[in-house]
Write a protein that binds this ligand. Sequence first.
Ligand code: PLP
Length: 381
Amino acid sequence: MTKYIYADNAATTKLDIDAFEAMKPYMLEEYGNASQPYFFSKKPKMAIKQARKDVAECIGAKPEEIFFTSGGTESDNWVLRKFGSSTDIRHIITSNIEHHAIINTCELEKEKMRCDVKYLHVDGKGLVDPQELLGVLKEQRECVTSCKITLVSVMFANNEIGTIQPIKELCKIAHEYGAKFHTDAVQAVGHVNIDVAELGIDYLSGSAHKFNGPKGIGFLYIKGGKLENLISGGAQESGLRAGTENVAAIVGMATALKKNCAEIENNRKYLLDLENKLLLRLQEANMDFLRNGVNQVPGNVNLSFAYVEGEMILHRLDLKKIYISTGSACDSVNTQVSHVIKAINIPEKYAKGTIRISLGRDNTEEHINTIVDSIINIVKE
Ligand code: PLP
């Protein structure tokens, strides 16, 4: 019997052991500053070069289009705050189920009066309608000024309900109207196949700790490799992102990503099988629940139970050392349903009873049985 069951892999993942081993030399032996010209910095410099190549290959990009950042939040901020030029009138079109790294940044940009923001709606499964995007772009075209630039930013896969968006179609529409396309792919990178060139993506955000890499490191793919700095200072990252490189973390991220990408299909099948077992057992126990989302990223099981509170389920599971997430947050008076659960508009009796179980490759059938048994007991009580 394991000491605990971790089923919150959409929040973060366990560091891959090979990634850990690959990182160690760059902390203990090869710790030279990669930007120095002497021999001691050669290995760290070469390691960064190789890591950039590996990350690029995993998403169908060129190495010079990959920029290392501190994670998904920084990558998202960078694009949203710096696309276009300072003289442009900027517009952002995004969805109403984005991560707060996008939504809060959009709101800040809007406040600065530099940017107009439009939120696309989603259907009951969390899908953006490409026709709505088309409509918004058409409307914008009618009030064009010559120095206007539009960024469409729609997440690849949602962090709560796992829904994968029709990225290729959205990208195509954006380009037809001269807009650039960014995707926050933090939940998707390393879990589903992504080819930025084939999909036509202009900017893509990734974060290592969501694919068994270390925390505090991520990347931004920039088509063509040009974007104004968000962080200024030294000449690292071709002068676009200053700060001494975290070589160990960069190497750990590339190792984890390469390994995950080589196993995408196997992991998908394995996780799908666990998901099906979990759902079947809940159905057999006649539980009254909905599964949210569609075409979910592997391992994401977002469930809404009737007439219970997700927060209560989370805390009762916590006592059993089972770790999951909810689609809500409690204050002292009320349970607040998340913006994603609100946006998909599920019936009221289910909304507050939403939990997210996000399975990873370390989860087993035994874990599923323990999770399901516990949930059935808690909900039936
Ligand atoms: N975007 C999405 C969709 C996420 O799920 C997360 C993390 O939960 C982030 C952005 C932020 O990434 P990071 O933790 O690397 O800053």
